[in-house]
Write a new protein. Sequence first.
Length: 84
Amino acid sequence: MKSRSKSIGSFDAKTNLARLIDDVIKGRDYIITRRGKPVARIVPYTPAENNLSIEEIIFQFDTIRESVKGKVNIKEYINEGRKY
């Protein structure tokens, strides 16, 4: 479930940090502002093992491309998708 970020001022973020952390643990994320301009974002932590490197992503794309049999015309797929 993707939630929208809620904006909060830096003073309020400092004052309510414990509550913000509790909300972030539940999946919420916050954008911290200073004088109305975004300066930071608090998001739930994800372990590094869940983050893919660029090389791993490219390898996965190559694997998908190799698994497609025959010649593929992307314009046909795009036009087919526009029918619905």
